[in-house]
Unconditional design. Structure first.
Length: 370
């Protein structure tokens, strides 16, 4: 029996989303249905809606930070049963490809194939609109909905006693941000760090840097409200780039630049700024997602003379399943903040308001409760 769901659907890039009644086909082998309790809205959902990834097929349901309760399981699902509490991760690492076998689960080539096709890992599409037409699954999760069909590898069972709405944002903002600091860049104790862009991911880079024991953590943004929030997560210095030149400000604080600069806005200008803020021998980590077809300009001679390292960052270089549980334990121990990341809750019908608030810098993370 198909399952009835409500979902935010992107039908045309650049236009407001509509919330539609959709049907979910029965879960196949290794798939299950989750009733969503909460779903975080990530900047990449906004970028998708704005048409930054024109190769991703539409119509599509965005969303990839969902948490909820398993209400149905397909055959061969052994790890989960009805009633289990779960949250989504957006790489269904296959555990069999070369990347997975070498421990780089976030680079799994089979999970990536499903993400590029905007399908489930099986290659199938299981969302139908009222006319029976297929709708795609963003990052195989399509979590901005009341119910979702997902592969069991796209969810993690919540074994600790933590409210479901708190864990929704673990699956992207925390894994990506904290992972960027701890795993991609490998921030060292006593070092200096600059973070450009204080959304859900940027705040988590700051708390990752704090967990790593960085001495100076410089938060850079255009909004004073976000800069003030950053102090809670561990920022030691604040720079409002709307009022002062961030390169000058960072030089004043550090002398010759930071050991680690992170870009978390998805703008090429900020990426080039991150390079500029980094001292000789430092590491530049590009976490934000710029639209396709845009290049970064790096001065070649300077790169040679300064021996800086430029790193891409995909999903915080994390082992999503393992790291998510590790971060949950840190949350339980009071060392990692989750509650403070969610600035506001919305109804699913308010999805366009979430996007507007994100663009206007009013929230760190908005969470939709269908
Ligand atoms: Zn995300
Ligand atoms: Zn794999």
């Amino acid at each position: 029996m198909p399952i009835q769901s409500k979902a935010a659907v992107i039908r045309r890039y650049g236009e407001p989303l509509a919330v539609e009644d959709v049907e979910l086909l029965d879960p196949g082998p290794e798939e299950l249905v989750v009733k969503i309790e909460a779903s975080g809205v990530c900047h990449s959902d906004l970028s998708l809606a704005r048409g930054y990834y024109p190769d991703i097929p539409i119509p599509i349901v965005p969303g990839h930070e969902g948490s909820g309760i398993v209400v149905e399981v397909g055959e061969d699902v052994e790890s989960l049963k009805k009633g289990d509490k779960v949250f989504t991760i957006w790489m269904a690492s296959c555990l069999g490809c070369e990347y997975c076998l070498s421990g780089r689960f976030h680079l799994c080539q089979n999970a990536l194939k499903a993400i590029v096709n905007a399908s489930l890992p099986s290659g199938e599409l299981k969302i139908r609109d009222r006319s029976g037409n297929q709708i795609h699954h963003f990052t195989s999760t399509a979590a901005l909905a009341s119910h979702i069909v997902v592969h069991e590898k796209n969810v993690v069972k919540l074994t600790l006693d933590v409210p479901l709405d708190k864990v929704a944002i673990l699956g992207c903002a925390v894994l990506t941000g904290v992972g960027a600091a701890l795993k991609t860049a490998g921030v060292r104790e006593g070092s200096s760090v600059a973070v450009i862009g204080l959304g859900g991911v940027g705040m988590n880079i700051i708390q990752g840097a704090r967990l790593a024991g960085a001495e100076k953590i410089i938060a850079i943004d255009l909004y004073d409200s976000k800069l003030e929030w950053a102090v809670k997560f561990g920022a030691t210095h604040l720079v409002n780039a709307a009022r002062e030149d961030p390169a000058e400000a960072v030089k004043k604080i550090t002398g010759d630049g930071v050991d680690y600069a992170f870009e978390a806005t998805g703008s090429v200008k900020a990426m080039e700024l991150a390079y500029k803020l980094t001292r000789r021998g430092g590491v530049v980590t590009i976490v934000g997602v710029e639209r396709g077809g845009v290049d970064i300009r790096i001065p070649a001679l300077d790169l040679h003379m300064t021996e800086k390292t430029i790193k891409g960052c995909y999903y915080g270089s994390s082992s999503p399943r393992l790291d998510a549980l590790k971060y949950l334990s840190l949350y339980k121990a009071g060392k990692l903040m989750l509650d403070e990341l969610v600035t506001r809750s919305y109804r699913l019908e308010e999805i366009n308001d979430v996007f507007r608030d994100m663009e206007e810098g009013r929230i760190i993370r908005g969470v939709v409760k269908p």
